[in-house]
Ligand binder design. Structure first.
Ligand code: NIG
Ligand code: FE
Length: 415
């Protein structure tokens, strides 16, 4: 953080994304574009936003000034769903899947998530931290100023805590803010095979309390999926987590339509994620609550699954966020540009809706919409400047990283 003032002026488009959050349904297209816009930040916060012509006369005094002529200024991106702390890689599985082996079958055979669990268990904190730090640098270069990260490659007390400790330490040592999520129910480890309820008991009695005692997670997530954790098991774990002060997230209806979207709505989860197979009733339920429907189109792309029905969700009034799902299995990519392109081309989302989904609704999906996700007075000055004059280029310049500058807490940190 810095006490120095920052002034950004003459932005061809300054996108505020202001307004009540999460933005639901039609409100998602309302992104508050100011032409020839300007913004002033002081002590890490936004203190002024408006047309450059209206800047108070002494605005440039003692300010670092960025001239954004021909550029688009918008809130920093929030990647609200990743699994970025892990050891090892699984390139061979990608090609097994392309050759026809289903994702869940690879997991059932002891590969998939369980493969990464082995590699993560045998990695030290320093090794995991070094890998995660490099990933965060790459994310930052794509405009990500806040990222959610999940545990879930330990499935035992020590390794789950180690993954969370990595995020905790990195939060203090580098600029991208990390939102930590406990995902101990990501798969059933081999020593609990066939005893999923016992594993859920172990999570509730031993691992969750330790996580909460250490204060290293804000959310609890579950991979609610056929052959992994049932609706009842997910409900039980998330209820216990809520009692201990963690908010709920859910991997819902990713491969099989189980009713995960309905469960997320029932629990008033902060977000329901994936939703490729969400039922009509599940989408209707999400549109009635504040739960953010987090759609991860790169996972559908990499798994060759059908895409989530984001258009239907928005048209029915749900709040949609977009995120990467960066992980070594189902989606080994943290490309925000590819997410934006797929959202337009495959999900039929409008460019303005995509902006909302990557910023203020992403912030809502990690319970931070009061602090980040929009460019409004009093909010954290987390800003992205695109090398092109409009947000349309996020989609139109397909798959390209068009981020020119990144500002975090009012400080230029990537250029
Ligand atoms: O969101 N499906 C569960 N978890 C991740 C994949 C994790 C992995 O394959 O390592 C997901 O797709
Ligand atoms: Fe995921």
């Amino acid at each position: 953080m810095t006490g120095k003032k920052l002034l950004i002026k003459h932005a061809a488009e300054l996108i505020t994304c202001a307004g009540a959050a999460p933005k639901k349904g039609a409100a998602m297209a309302d992104i508050g574009i100011i032409s020839d816009g300007a913004l002033v930040a002081e002590a890490g916060k936004i203190v002024w936003v408006g047309p450059t012509d209206d800047l108070p006369p002494d605005s440039e005094e003692q300010c670092e000034v960025i001239d954004a002529t021909g550029q688009c200024v918008m809130p920093g991106f929030v990647d609200s769903h990743t699994h970025m702390v892990f050891g090892g890689y699984r390139p061979e599985e990608f090609f097994w899947r392309l050759a026809g082996t289903p994702y869940l079958e690879i997991l059932e055979r002891g590969g998939g998530i369980l493969n990464t669990v082995q590699a993560t268990r045998s990695a030290s904190l320093a090794e995991l931290k070094d890998l995660a730090a490099r990933r965060l640098e790459n994310m930052l270069a794509m405009g990500v100023t806040t990222v959610e990260g999940k545990s879930g490659y330990g499935l035992d007390l020590d390794t789950e805590l180690r993954q969370l400790a990595v995020m905790d330490e990195l939060n203090r040592e580098q600029p991208v803010e990390i939102v930590p999520t406990f995902l101990g129910a990501h798969a059933v480890p081999p020593d609990y095979k066939g005893r999923t309820d016992d594993y859920v008991d172990y999570m509730i009695k031993e691992v969750l309390p330790a996580v909460v005692r250490q204060g290293v997670a804000e959310f609890c997530d579950v991979f609610c999926e056929q052959g992994v954790f049932s609706l009842a098991q997910s409900r039980r774990l998330l209820a216990a987590a809520k009692n201990m002060g963690l908010q709920a997230k859910l991997h819902a209806d990713e491969i099989v339509s189980l009713g995960g979207a309905e469960l997320a709505a029932e629990l008033n989860a902060c977000s329901a994620d994936h939703l490729l197979q969400a039922s009509d009733a599940g989408i209707a339920a999400l549109s009635q609550v504040r739960t953010v429907a987090t759609v991860l189109p790169m996972t559908a792309f990499c798994l060759r699954e059908s895409y989530a029905r984001a258009r239907v969700m928005i048209d029915q009034g749900a709040a949609v966020a977009l995120a990467t799902d960066y992980n070594p299995g189902s989606c080994f990519s943290h490309s925000m540009p590819l997410v934006a392109a797929l959202a337009a081309i495959q999900l039929n989302m409008k460019p303005a809706e995509i902006v909302t989904a990557l910023t203020i609704n992403g912030a809502a999906a990690v319970n931070r919409a009061d602090r980040i996700g929009s460019l409004e007075i009093g909010k954290q000055a987390d800003v992205v400047i695109l090398g092109y004059p409009s947000h349309l280029y996020l989609v139109y310049h397909a798959g390209m990283n068009i981020v020119d500058k990144v500002i975090k807490h009012g400080r230029l940190i990537w250029n």
